[in-house]
Ligand binder design. Structure first.
Ligand code: ADP
Ligand code: MG
Length: 347
């Protein structure tokens, strides 16, 4: 295979659509009893018995949601699954199945789709997800991936965005801002590379940031943890667009206000040092940067003792009456209004 370069790139036109689907899905193993029928018929069949079924879908378009110049197809496949699973976990439910639909131009050889599916299969294996179907078509230009995730939960466990009450605590998992900075580092490298393709890449100081951008992990562990701690959040959302816009979603839908404390926002050491190097404000990065896939939720004060010692969870503020508005309390004890892109420093 290595002697002849052409032989290592199999044109998609050499396979029919059915052969391609068969090739990409033949290694699929089903994990769940609820998956009655997976790939191979007109429909997949799921039996969720007494549970509620949760469904979410995302469409990713090359050049808009991802850039293949620094993202491998394997990472892309993995991340595309994570983005969807994260939405299911944000409802306090467990994801069980996905469907994957792709539109692909003939610029991509079979080997590229194998890479993409290697990422998808790895995500499914790690998170115990059944790949149960999809659709395959051609595109004139580039790659589109649409993934639908299906989850289940007992009715009593499902958490919406609209349940936050005054005096609830505002809690976040993990740490924030790293994925956005990872993207900045990769963009910078791409520019250096375009000017000087032989340039050495010195990325040791940014490994955590890059990993958070290229290989995010959806927080299934947090849903499990909350279950084990017997804590049911009053509201929850995943942080895909930055902390400030997600907080505003919860406040708007719950008809409440909030106070968020700047000094409580969890930041990794690499975020702090890279913000210094790039001359960026780490709070702005945490509030406005995207792609963190952490969970933001509210809990009633009574539940505080159950979570307080946990290293994965940080209380960053509390919910107030709506009339008090949504504010960031800065390190200097100033109270500034939170706006979707960071905060309104004019107040
Ligand atoms: P239909 O003609 O009903 O749309 P297809 O030939 O597109 O059926 O698909 C055949 C089977 O393969 C179905 O079970 C479908 O869900 C599955 N499938 C098609 N494309 C993909 C894909 N890209 N990834 C995973 N499963 C797929
Ligand atoms: Mg089809």
């Amino acid at each position: 295979m290595l002697e002849n370069k052409d032989q290592s790139r199999t044109s998609l036109s050499e396979l029919g659509e059915f052969q391609l689907i068969e090739h990409l899905t033949k290694s699929v193993k089903l994990h769940h009893k609820s998956t009655i029928k997976g790939v191979g018929d007109d429909c997949a069949v799921i039996e969720n018995q007494n549970k509620q079924t949760l469904i979410t879908t995302d469409l990713l378009v090359e050049g808009i949601h991802f850039d293949m110049s620094y993202m491998s197809l394997k990472h892309l496949g993995y991340k595309a699954v994570m983005v969807n699973l994260s939405d299911v976990y944000a409802m306090n439910a467990f994801a069980k199945q996905i469907t994957v639909s792709i539109a692909v131009s003939n610029r991509f050889p079979l080997e590229a789709l194998e890479e993409l599916y290697a990422g998808i299969h790895l995500a499914c294996k790690t998170y115990q997800i059944d790949l149960i179907g999809g659709d395959t078509t051609s595109s004139t230009k580039g790659l589109l991936i649409s993934i639908t995730a299906i989850g289940e939960a007992d009715k009593k466990d499902v958490v919406y965005r609209n349940g936050a009450k005054a005096n609830d605590l505002l809690v976040v998992s993990g740490d924030l801002g790293a994925a956005y900075l990872g993207l900045q580092v990769l963009e910078r490298e791409k520019q250096v590379f375009q000017v000087n393709p032989g340039a050495e890449h010195e990325l040791d100081n940014y490994t955590y940031l890059i990993e958070r951008q290229l290989k995010p992990e959806a927080r299934k562990d947090i849903v499990k943890l909350l279950q084990d701690l017997e804590v049911k959040p009053t509201s929850m959302i995943d942080i895909s667009d930055g902390l400030s816009s997600e907080i505003l979603h919860i406040c708007k839908q719950s008809d409440v206000g909030c106070n968020l404390y700047e000094d409580k926002i969890p930041l990794d050491q690499q975020v702090i040092s890279t913000c210094e190097e790039f001359n960026m404000d780490s709070t702005t990065v945490a509030l406005s940067g995207g792609d963190d896939y952490e969970l933001l939720f509210t809990i009633s004060q009574e539940d505080f003792p159950k979570i307080k010692a946990n290293p994965h969870l940080t209380v960053i503020g509390h919910i107030t009456d709506k009339k008090e508005g949504c504010h960031l309390i800065t390190r200097g004890h100033q109270k500034v209004e939170i706006i979707a892109q960071g905060w309104n420093a004019m107040e």
